[in-house]
Design a protein around this ligand. Structure first.
Ligand SMILES: [Zn+2]
Length: 198
């Protein structure tokens, strides 16, 4: 099993072709879209859920919640995301995962205030094991072929892969999806880590 995760969704137009390719190979993924994207594109949330993909909380405004975590800001950002999703879906959504924007609060030890706020809402923090951003994007590499090669060479079973809804990441992932799907079951985070798992 491999869990592909796509963050931010600041370029929502890239999502639909990606979903078509995912669905063509029977794959599902987890999307940590920022809440405000669902406010302007509510149909995106509906489309993701209808396709069997999972949504994770990535705050309403992509707000870095550390190094000076403020309980009011943490609550507003986390609950604002949830409200944006439920408004877009027109009903409740049982969110299981929170991913801190910029990894803020989780770069070394988990920030206790943020962790407590996440747990109190029945969520868990979802980081990753394979980081396309740190390996390519942050170094200025925007070549889809490099993303494809990275995924082809580096993805192993059990991996949680951090990707973004960016042109290079989405294009690169689309190029290797058939190969990855032939090698692994591509699942959501909740399929990889069911609710009763430790
Ligand atoms: Zn992000």
């Amino acid at each position: 099993m491999v869990a592909l995760t796509f963050d931010d969704c600041f370029l929502p137009d890239l999502v639909e072709p990606l979903l078509q390719d995912l669905e063509a190979v029977g794959a599902r993924a987890t999307f940590f879209c920022v809440g405000r994207v669902f406010r302007s594109h509510p149909e995106l949330a509906r489309r993701l859920v209808a396709g069997g993909h999972e949504l994770g909380n990535h705050t309403l405004h992509h707000r870095m919640l550390a190094p000076r975590p403020d309980r009011r800001v943490i609550d507003t950002e986390i609950d604002g995301w949830q409200r944006a999703v439920e408004e877009a879906l027109g009903g409740p959504y049982p969110t299981r995962w929170f991913r801190p924007p910029g990894m803020a609060g989780f770069t070394t030890e988990a920030d206790p205030k943020i962790l407590e706020a996440v747990r109190r809402r029945g969520m868990r923090v979802a980081l990753w094991t394979l980081d396309v951003y740190r390996s390519l994007d942050r170094l200025g590499v925007r070549d889809p072929e490099k993303v494809a090669a990275f995924l082809r060479e580096r993805v192993r079973g059990g991996e949680v892969v951090l990707l973004h809804v960016s042109t290079s990441n989405v294009e690169g992932a689309r190029r290797v999806l058939p190969e990855l799907a032939a090698r692994f079951r591509l699942v959501t985070l909740s399929e990889m880590f069911p609710p009763d798992s430790p």
